[in-house]
Write a protein that binds this ligand. Structure first.
Ligand SMILES: *Cc1c(COP(=O)(O)O)cnc(C)c1O
Length: 473
């Protein structure tokens, strides 16, 4: 039998491997540093295997003679992983439309086109083409935003958390802001109204109880140091049962009486009335404007369906004050976002077109029959895997997600997959580690794929990926 030394000596060196035809080809397509890293890792792994086997007093199996082809195969696998972009597309089969972990909203064709156009060349980001002089980046969407919401003025910043921060800092620095205890929300673990309030240097004055707040609670709390009445849309939960909240119009009336501005943090920023599509419970931005709130803040990438942004609309006096806060520069929106946002907002000039063209709205309002068609298409495509996986189409519910419409469960049809010899957790993992990753959910020992959030051009990829997984079972 050969000795350990001889096996180790037979291990090819990285320099030798670099002369292999396959490796020369890799070097044409990949950075040398990554090719070297892949080769070194593969050789190291092999060395460890040899040493491990030789360590055993009585080897259970003879140490394998190191084959260059085996090492090259492994190196290629490593190289492929190293060459993959970290941030990359995944297929969302969860049925959660505005999935914060999966990038919230996906953009409309026109938004993507406009982003590409603005990214590729110079633009009039801060240049007034009419006058031939310096312009402002905010003017590109202000008129559009006002037209769509009925507001006097508008401004965009990096995200809604930033919008809330700068609005509070501008209007209520070192002063009190009155908020209902039932509206001290936490969004996604890192945004909490009391904490943002603290960082804005405004003082939180909580009123009412968790389940009930009355107008008189706000009235009693107003004092010389009050700067603002704040209402927060409890977007991701709802207190039901013995509950009472004060409406934005009631707060506006109180604000008028006491000479105080009123702000409404809407969260989702729905621009169309979803009741037409059978979805109740989400206030629109226009409703808040019509109720005469002075400042209204909302996200660009929740139900609005655009890129990440924080939109501020309301009375010109306050929007101007916020725009001239030095913080505005620190949280300003970038040109690519602005390009995507303008194109998204333009879709809303025709509400019906918006529902067709903006993927978030389209998925939200998708008729059950269309979802069922996609589910059946997937199930039919998987007919061949019958012996290894049990595939069926069943009734389920999807969610809006993104901290909106917490009580709305949208009827859907999902593809349920059951494996005879694999746990659902393992199957979920294989789908997740697929290329592209397919994110699914597990219920009662089965994998569920919700076609509501699977795009049409992803259906075949889903089918082929599952077939590939089945063939390896
Ligand atoms: C989501 C949300 C926020 C935070 O918005 P981001 O765009 O995530 O920064 C703030 N307030 C409310 C009520 C929300 O729903």
């Amino acid at each position: 039998m050969k000795t350990k030394e001889s096996f180790l000596r037979q291990l090819p060196s990285v320099d030798e491997l670099l002369k292999e035809a396959a490796v020369l080809k890799w070097l044409e397509e990949h950075p040398r540093a990554l090719v070297l890293q892949a080769l070194r890792t593969a050789v190291d792994e092999k060395r460890k295997v040899i040493l491990e086997i030789e360590k055993q007093a009585v080897p259970q199996s003879p140490a394998p003679s190191p084959q260059p082809s085996e090492i090259l195969n492994r190196a290629e696998e490593i190289l492929n992983t190293l060459s993959q972009l970290n941030l990359r597309p995944v297929i969302n089969a969860t049925g959660v439309i505005v999935h914060t972990n999966l990038g919230r909203s996906i953009l409309s064709e026109s938004a993507v086109k406009n982003i590409e156009a603005v990214a590729k060349g110079y633009s009039n980001l801060e240049y007034d083409i009419e006058k031939g002089e310096r312009g402002k980046r905010y003017t590109h969407i202000e008129k559009l935003l006002c037209r769509l919401t009925g507001a006097e003025a508008g401004l965009v910043v990096n995200n809604n958390a930033a919008a809330v921060l700068i609005a509070l800092n501008t209007i209520a620095q070192n002063k009190e802001v009155i908020v209902s205890r039932g509206e001290l929300v936490e969004i996604g673990g890192s945004f909490r109204i009391p904490e943002v309030m603290e960082r804005s240097n405004a003082k939180l004055r909580e009123v009412g109880a968790t389940n009930k707040t009355h107008l008189k609670d706000y009235e009693k709390a107003v004092n010389d140091n009050t700067a603002l009445l704040l209402k927060v849309h409890t977007s991701n939960y709802k207190i039901v049962g013995f509950a009472k909240e004060v409406s934005i119009s009631e707060l506006v009336d109180l604000g008028k009486k006491r000479g105080l501005p009123v702000m409404f943090d809407l969260g989702s920023g729905c621009l169309i009335d979803l009741r037409k599509y059978g979805i109740e419970g989400e206030p629109t931005v226009s409703d808040a404007v019509a109720a005469c709130a002075d400042v209204i803040t909302f996200s660009g990438d929740k139900l609005l369906g655009g890129p990440q942004a924080g939109l501020i609309v309301g009375k010109k006096k306050y929007v101007d004050m916020i725009a001239s806060n030095p913080l505005a520069r620190a949280i300003r929106i970038d040109k690519l976002t602005l390009a995507g946002l303008e194109a998204t907002l333009r879709e809303y000039l025709d509400g019906e077109k918006a529902v067709k063209e903006i993927p978030t709205l389209n998925m939200l309002c998708q008729p059950l029959s269309e979802i069922e068609k996609k589910a059946i298409y997937i199930a039919d495509g998987l007919k061949g895997v019958g012996s290894k996986l049990g595939v069926s189409v069943i009734d389920e519910t999807s969610q809006s997600g993104g901290g909106a419409l917490p009580l709305v469960s949208l009827l859907t049809k999902v593809v349920a997959i059951l494996s005879n010899n694999l746990s659902a957790a393992r199957l979920e993992e294989m789908l997740r580690k697929n290329n592209p990753p397919i994110i699914s959910r597990i219920k009662e020992g089965r994998i569920l794929l919700d076609p509501r959030t699977i795009q049409r051009d992803e259906l075949d990829t889903v089918i082929n990926s599952i077939k590939g997984i089945a063939s390896r079972l």
